[in-house]
Structure formats: C-alpha cells, structure tokens
Design a protein. Structure first.
Length: 268
C-alpha cells in the first residue's frame, strides 16, 4: 500500500543540525509526529544529548528541539510500505530538503539508521551534494544497541549545536566513583551534581552499566536517591551488589541502604 508522509518537518531559522529518519512508523503516522512508538529510544537519547528531561508531550518535544537547534524530517516523502517495516519499503519518492537548508544554518545532516542512510545516499545526496553521517538506529528493531551505546554515538551531534553545559564522558563518571570510600555510597544524582548538572543522573547510570572494570571502578557503591540497589547491577544483579556492599561493612535492609548513615559527603 502506498503511503504519503502525513505531517510536516520541524525546523526554524535557528536549526543547526538536521536529523533524518526513513519514513514514519504506524504509531508516528497516528500521532502525526516523529518517533511515536513508545519503545523507540529517540526521545530518551536526544534528551540526554541535550542535558534535558525526557519530553512527554508533542509540545515538549518541539520545545526541546527548537531550544537546541535540532531540525527533524524524514528522507522519504511517499513509498509502498507494509505497516512500519523498513524492509518492505518500495518505490520511494524522497522529500525536498532545500527549504530546511535555506532557512536554517544546517552544519551537519545526520540519518537515524541504515534505511534512512540508504535512501539518502542513493537519492538525496546526489541532489544536494551534502553527505550525511549515519547514526545507529533508535528503533526498537535495533535491540542490539542499548540506550548507553546509542548515547555514546549520538552525542557526536553536540559539536554542531550551541549547547552551553559541558559534555561529560563516562570516564569522568568513573573518576568520581573511584573516590567513594569503602563503607560509603553515593547516589546517581549526587554524582551528576558533582559533574555539574543534576539532569545527568541517567547518564551516570548509563556509564555504570557500561563499566568495563568493576574492580577498578566500584559501581556497586552507587544507589538511587532512595538508597535502593540496582536490579540491573552489571556485575551480577542486585544480590551481588548487596553482597559487595555488605562486604564493605554497609548494612542493607532488604534492597535499601540508609543514606543518612552511609552516604558519602563527597570529600576525598
């Protein structure tokens, strides 16, 4: 069945980067806005890149994008497609991107995933003479890529945006975690504040989930704002985290640590 792209692009004169998908999913076509599938990681990733809370409503999503100079559109204007399956796309007609490029100060074009890159490279790039950078797809179909892995690749767009807060690296997180003394714990938010932005608490979690060396970086000493251990503790799950905390001399009541007793004061 041939489908026409049902909603307009999002951009303005302050747009600095253009992010292109392939063609909107069924959920996006129903919502009349980008990345409408609840399991698509786009909004979570882009919020972390911008150092913002994850937007929930369409208006919040628009506000975030406009605030940070991000334009959104899709490569394909119309095509034959079955449901939301990129692999079923046939007989493609591409969108005209020139109005976006003439309006904004687009410094770099990015494409979200292999299908968008395929059709951009085949049809759009020869018309514009502008190459695009391929980023890993945020689609739930790309399950091999976790949110932390996606974030590590997608944060590259920051170099073209006027985002004032400094970007943090996973290594910066690890450096602070290594300072937590035996017998003490810190929270994700506490570490984020020490890095300069409390909104980076989720990034702290991503970093700890990707921790390559549990002996060097004792991520088990990090708990949530209520003192709760992590169900997804990367080195063996919550029971293993509890064992490591107790070996440090920290009492764990069920799944909780008493922060008023054991929280690190941040001093070395």
């Amino acid at each position: 069945m041939r489908e026409q792209h049902p909603f307009p692009p999002l951009y303005d004169k302050n747009s600095r980067v253009l992010i292109l998908g392939s063609f909107p999913s069924v959920k996006s076509r129903e919502q009349m806005f980008f990345y409408g599938h609840p399991q698509n990681r786009f909004w979570e990733v882009i919020a972390e890149v911008c150092g913002e809370e994850v937007p929930q409503t369409i208006e919040e999503k628009k506000k975030l994008l406009h605030a940070h100079g991000i334009a959104l559109w899709d490569v394909i204007e119309s095509c034959e497609i079955t449901g939301s399956s990129d692999s079923s796309i046939r007989n493609v007609k591409v969108n005209d991107l020139r109005p976006i490029l003439l309006t904004g100060d687009i410094r770099q074009i990015y494409v979200n995933g292999g299908t968008a890159y395929k059709y951009y490279h085949k049809y759009t790039e020869p018309l514009l003479g502008k190459p695009a950078v391929k980023l890993p797809s945020t689609s739930p179909a790309n399950a091999a890529w976790s949110v932390p892995r996606l974030y590590e690749e997608w944060k590259a767009i920051r170099e073209h945006l006027d985002i004032k807060p400094p970007m943090i690296t996973f290594e910066a997180v690890y450096e602070i975690v290594r300072k937590i003394p035996q017998g003490k714990v810190a929270t994700y938010g506490q570490i984020a504040r020490m890095l300069g932005n409390v909104r980076w608490a989720r990034i702290v979690g991503y970093a700890l989930h990707d921790n390559p060396d549990g002996d060097l970086t004792p991520c088990y000493r990090v708990v949530n704002k209520e003192g709760k251990v992590s169900d997804a503790f990367v080195f063996g799950g919550k029971n293993r985290q509890i064992e490591l905390l107790e070996a440090d001399g920290i009492e764990v009541d069920g799944e909780y640590v008493a922060l008023e007793v054991y929280q690190w004061d941040g001093r070395e």
